[in-house]
Ligand binder design. Structure first.
Ligand SMILES: CC(C)(COP(=O)(O)OP(=O)(O)OC[C@H]1O[C@@H](n2cnc3c(N)ncnc32)[C@H](O)[C@@H]1OP(=O)(O)O)[C@@H](O)C(=O)NCCC(=O)NCCS
Length: 181
């Protein structure tokens, strides 16, 4: 089974293709869990995917046979007054290996990497991680709560998919002591 999470981005074309294939599997099997559509991901080029992996913090979990079985990422909020926040996105674990700690490993590893990011003149350290999760996605909500994420808002009708609306919970976790700011 899964051993460790690795950072993606330097694994070339085969890594980018494996990442894209897993994201497509997620978008096909669990479409309501993600804001993007299958079609949006399907047309992305390998170069575009590699650029995404390098621009963000994206981790993957491999099986012993090197198959990618889970992924997740953090992208920075872009506006300059919000770039102390990281947005968790694209969390997906292959269906046949769920419930064995892979999702937790991805989330813990992302948090560890966010905490280890060295601030520069251009970018601050990550002070907070945020995510959005659709109502009713209990496995994901439970996972996030178990890692200390708390809800700070709810957006009704956040997602529109096949003519139906679904609400989203906004959750976050501070990486610094917010009271001491
Ligand atoms: C959410 C997801 C990533 C979790 O991955 P996973 O590898 O199965 O999760 P883990 O095995 O690490 O479980 C960690 C915790 O999550 C919760 N959890 C996981 N599966 C669960 C389930 N089926 N029912 C209830 N809680 C569950 C539990 O709290 C669990 O902790 P525990 O084992 O100590 O009880 C996975 O279910 C998935 O890919 N879902 C489809 C895509 C998705 O919804 N992504 C999230 C978008 S916000």
């Amino acid at each position: 089974m899964a051993i460790e999470a690795i950072r993606l981005g330097d694994g070339g074309v085969s890594e980018a293709e494996a990442y894209k294939a897993l994201r497509l599997e997620g978008l096909k099997n669990d479409p309501i869990s993600f804001a993007n559509t299958y079609e949006e991901m399907a047309v992305r080029t390998v170069d575009d995917i590699i650029a995404e992996l390098r621009a963000n913090i994206v981790v993957g979990v491999l099986m012993e046979n090197s198959e990618l079985i889970g992924v997740g990422g953090i992208r920075r909020e872009a506006p300059g007054k919000m770039n102390h926040k990281g947005i968790i996105y694209g969390n997906f674990v292959r269906q046949d290996v769920r419930g064995r700690g892979v999702g937790k490993l991805i989330m813990s590893d992302l948090e560890k990497r966010a905490r280890a990011t060295v601030p520069s003149d251009l970018l601050p350290a990550f002070e907070e991680l945020q995510l959005r999760v659709v109502e009713g996605n209990e496995p994901a909500i439970r996972l996030y709560k178990s890692l200390g994420y708390e809800e700070f808002g709810f957006a009704a009708r956040a997602v529109r998919y096949q003519g139906k609306y679904v609400g989203e919970h906004y959750m976050h976790k501070y990486l610094i002591d917010a009271d001491k700011q």
